[in-house]
Design a protein around this ligand. Structure first.
Ligand SMILES: Cc1cc2nc3c(=O)[nH]c(=O)nc-3n(C[C@H](O)[C@H](O)[C@H](O)COP(=O)(O)OP(=O)(O)OC[C@H]3O[C@@H](n4cnc5c(N)ncnc54)[C@H](O)[C@@H]3O)c2cc1C
Length: 429
């Protein structure tokens, strides 16, 4: 195969290890440009910024780390700002490059980006790589993905479908085109702005060991397994306070600093030495949920983004004033307000509180579930298009397994998960 010059467009895969798309780009090119496009400043259709301050700050650390790793290999990461379909073509023309490699993302906006670049005449090699399992080696084809998660999981487990091993890290890049030196990256710190430190955070990303990027992600994975926290995960995972109650893998997974296959490989190594138990099993179980929402996108695509989701009809209402109160943590329901304050102050929220606040918005305040999904997209440092859309759909009762009423009883939730009102006290203001 004749090698050519190409551009690698980093998306949600900001790592050098276990990156199949980047590995293929390196193998098939004689010159390679590495680019990341920061999202342009824009509002969602609900009237607030698409990328909030926490997500920006975490991303800046992630990109800093990636740029350093590229530099250590004698390469350079070019960071641009703007919509990729607009900012990549001028660079490609200037460098006389026609081929773009990137990871494939099966969500409508991201699919449209690739389609637009194709329409502009570029050759796109989009490679699927963000799931734990390989969609081509499942016991069923994606068109027949079971509509119930439990059925999906049981079939995977009965057939013993195992994830592929992670691919080794890039050790050598193809050459860098000479003219690239004339093109400047934008200043990351200016883009992110200042974010005050929040000491109550369950994911204190202002501390070095919690910051974005592959280096911190790999260290965290090792620390989480070696400390033995993983061996109690099933008992602690519904906690609300502190850094230790759940794995906290999600911000690194969402940015792609860490892959699910890397986690699985280390989890199996841990089980081989320390033994498996229901907690180590439960990490696999949760990673299967993550995969399930990815596969749902491969099967249903844009249908998941309709107000009615996969249902036949939608009965959707919205109350803009109540939605605003929910966003600000001013609903008057103290537990919900505590959760919404934590989200805005830290960019992170436990799974338990995500379920509670989402249920409250949909079933108590009778607001459009898509407004809540958009607010989470803006605020969460671990925003992941598949998991976010999938969980909101599920709670709204318009995904697969559509049960009409997934309303959480808030008083019961407080009794079970915050019996001493510690969480309520912590986020009272
Ligand atoms: C309304 C709502 C919106 C959500 N939005 C997102 C999102 O944007 N990004 C995101 O990563 N997760 C999302 N989740 C799922 C889940 O809440 C987070 O993955 C989890 O809280 C992250 O913390 P952790 O890594 O400590 O999770 P752990 O409990 O330690 O779980 C380990 C890993 O399993 C996966 N996982 C766990 N629970 C789920 C789940 N319900 N769905 C999919 N994957 C799961 C995640 O990759 C997680 O990192 C959402 C959940 C709800 C209810």
């Amino acid at each position: 195969m004749e090698k050519k010059s190409a551009l690698y467009w980093f998306r949600n895969d900001l790592r050098l290890a276990d990156n199949a798309a980047l590995t293929q780009a390196c193998q098939q090119s004689d010159q390679l440009v590495l680019v990341y496009c920061l999202a342009p400043e824009e509002n969602t259709s609900w009237g607030f910024v698409r990328v909030g301050q926490h997500r920006k700050a975490f991303l800046v650390d992630t990109l800093d780390d990636l740029a350093q790793r590229c530099e250590q290999l004698g390469h350079r990461l070019l960071i641009l700002e703007g919509e990729p379909t607009l900012v990549l073509p001028p660079i490609l023309k200037r460098l006389n490059i026609n081929t773009i490699y990137c990871e494939a993302i099966a969500a409508p906006y991201e699919v449209a980006q690739v389609a637009s670049l194709c329409e502009q005449g570029y050759c796109i090699e989009a490679i699927w790589q963000s799931s734990l399992l390989n969609p081509n080696t499942l016991p069923f084809c994606v068109e027949n993905l079971p509509k119930i998660f439990t059925t999906f999981r049981q079939q995977i487990e009965q057939m013993g479908t195992a994830p592929p091993a992670p691919i080794p890290s890039i050790e050598l890049f193809p050459d860098l085109p000479k003219v690239l030196h004339a093109i400047q990256s934008i200043k990351l710190k200016d883009w992110a702005g200042f974010v005050p430190i929040e000491k109550r955070s369950a994911f204190p990303y202002y501390k070095p060991q919690w910051q974005g990027g592959e280096t911190a992600a790999l260290a965290h994975l090792q620390r989480y397994l070696e400390s033995g926290l993983v061996d109690q995960y099933k008992q602690t995972r519904n906690g609300l306070i502190g850094s230790d109650y759940s794995t906290k893998f999600s911000p690194w997974l969402a940015s792609g600093a860490l892959s699910a296959r890397q986690i699985y490989q280390q989890l199996k190594a841990h089980e081989a030495v320390k033994g498996a138990n229901e907690s180590t099993y439960w990490v696999w179980f949760e990673l299967l949920w993550r995969d399930y929402f990815r596969l749902l996108h491969l099967r249903f695509g844009a249908q998941l983004y309709r107000a009615k989701g996969l249902n036949d009809a939608a009965t959707i209402s919205h109350q803009p004033d109540l939605f605003l109160q929910w966003c600000r943590g001013e609903t008057g329901q103290a537990f919900i307000d505590a959760g919404m304050r934590e989200l805005v102050a830290t960019g992170y929220l436990s799974n338990r509180m995500r379920q509670n606040v989402a249920s409250y918005l949909i079933h108590d305040l009778q607001c459009d579930w898509r407004s809540g999904a958009a607010w989470f997209e803006s605020q969460l440092i671990d925003y992941d298009v598949y998991s976010n859309q999938g969980n909101w759909l599920y709670l709204a009762g318009c995904g697969t397994d559509p049960r009409p009423n997934r309303r959480f009883n808030i008083e019961k939730q407080i009794k079970t998960y915050d019996p001493k009102h510690e969480y309520l006290q912590l986020w009272r203001h």
